[in-house]
Design a protein around this ligand. Structure first.
Ligand SMILES: C[S@@+](CC[C@H](N)C(=O)[O-])C[C@H]1O[C@@H](n2cnc3c(N)ncnc32)[C@H](O)[C@@H]1O
Length: 170
């Protein structure tokens, strides 16, 4: 009985961390569909060995697709400890551990100067602060793809209306 209670407690703690941590910082952990991720990375023309940042990596699916299918170096910045563990697990399970890095951090405190492509599936609540950071830190030629939200002061280079993907170029 004690063993059961112990494991049930651990399970509840993990579930609580998974659900409760993200809303303190931004949107909940809702993953992007795989085909939408592929479309976004194609629009951004992600090249082998370019550096992709996923701001809020969730379960790491963007990192896996970027590294495995596009040959990129993928960096995920994620605030949720459980999401980070799942991302790491997904990267290793897919055999691309050496091409993927997951940082447990608030992405507002991460410098994006190395990024060739930034992927963000967030909400318009983050857009204002994020666009200032991107303007300041991104190098010339870097591309940004946002899913379901736009950067209010930036003119998109392309808008995929069907999938609601915005492409920006610095
Ligand atoms: C909508 S999910 C997107 C997950 C993944 N990028 C995808 O497209 O499948 C947003 C993720 O961002 C994370 N997040 C929100 N605000 C954050 C912040 N300030 N720093 C780091 N991660 C954050 C949440 O924990 C959540 O996992």
């Amino acid at each position: 009985m004690l063993v059961f209670l112990f494991f049930a407690g651990i399970f509840l703690l993990i579930a609580a961390l998974y659900i409760l941590v993200p809303p303190f910082f931004g949107p909940p952990s809702v993953p992007t569909r795989h085909d939408r991720i592929r479309k976004a990375l194609q629009l951004a023309k992600l090249q082998p060995n370019e550096v992709l940042y996923d701001l809020g990596a969730g379960d790491g699916r963007v990192l896996v697709i970027a590294a495995k299918e596009f040959g990129a170096q993928a960096v995920g910045v994620e605030i949720g400890p459980v999401q980070c563990a799942i991302s790491w697990g997904n990267a290793f399970r897919n055999g691309i551990g050496s091409k993927v890095k997951v940082e447990m951090a608030n992405f507002y405190h991460t410098n994006l100067g190395r990024a060739d492509v930034v992927f963000a599936y967030l909400t318009s609540d983050q857009a204002g602060r994020l666009q200032e950071k991107l303007k300041e830190e991104l190098k010339k030629g870097a591309r940004v793809v946002t899913i379901s939200f736009n950067l209010p002061d930036w003119e998109p280079a392309y808008l995929d209306r069907e999938n609601l993907i915005f492409l920006y170029e610095k």
